[in-house]
Design a protein around this ligand. Sequence first.
Ligand SMILES: [Zn+2]
Ligand SMILES: [Zn+2]
Length: 294
Amino acid sequence: MILSSQAASEVPAIIDRAIEQNPHAENLLRAFGPIILRERELAAGLALPPLDVSQIDREKLSSGVSVIRQINLIPDGEDFKEVALAMAAAVKEGLPSLADDMNRLGEWIAQGKIQPADVLKFSARHEEGAADAVWKTLPASPSNASFLMSLVARVVFEARAIEVAKALGAYAWEKGYCPVCGTFPSIALIEEQGGKRFLHCSACGQDWRYTRVSCPYCEKEAPGGMEYFYVENKTQESAFICDQCKKYLVTLYRAGHVLARDMDVSAISLVHLDMIMQDKGYQPMTPCPWNVLK
Ligand SMILES: [Zn+2]
Ligand SMILES: [Zn+2]
């Protein structure tokens, strides 16, 4: 298992390079730049009570039970207020049109009227109903509130993903959803030498290897080769398409380890493929703030 998230200090240069190569995505990349940078800084510096990794069962992992379904990743006694306020500030910097909502949410968080830790626990337990009930009480649009909370979750889960990777080392994992947090991938990377496919989770930053002959979402197999959509003259990027579940997955091809890459920045850079695939009636494997276009 590897983590592709880059050190925070490398993020600005990675974003500048992505803008040069993908001018069509410049506005999105500039908007998400401060957000990604802040996420990386906070995740690297977050001091959480250590996980009891002895509770993680490798047998269960090999049969597809993700870490989040085995142990509690959200520690008791942490409120994540500071993380939420820092991410709200980063959102205001990147997306000034959300400033009013971020200010209102920030006030409620500072006053303890919203408990970010509780919302994280609901989403970790897939209690969407409980999270929806919280959104209804908030002084901001539910989509902006849940966007902010998804960023807080990313910081906490990224810190946990790093911790799990260090503690477990290599382990067997054969599913198309994330071994740490159970979310489906936002982007895939295929190494041109050897042809291995890696999937990337934008909810926690984890990368994992997955077979190239089946769909990560519905596991439909196509030993003769899966279907990919290409834009003319662009051979380094494509969208994997599944005709059974009607999902797509944007995919990059990499020849060697040339330059540092951040898979979340790469996913945002490929937003033109999201537009094309959604126009054709396909859905992303996981919704991300930049690929929910309709
Ligand atoms: Zn994940
Ligand atoms: Zn499928």
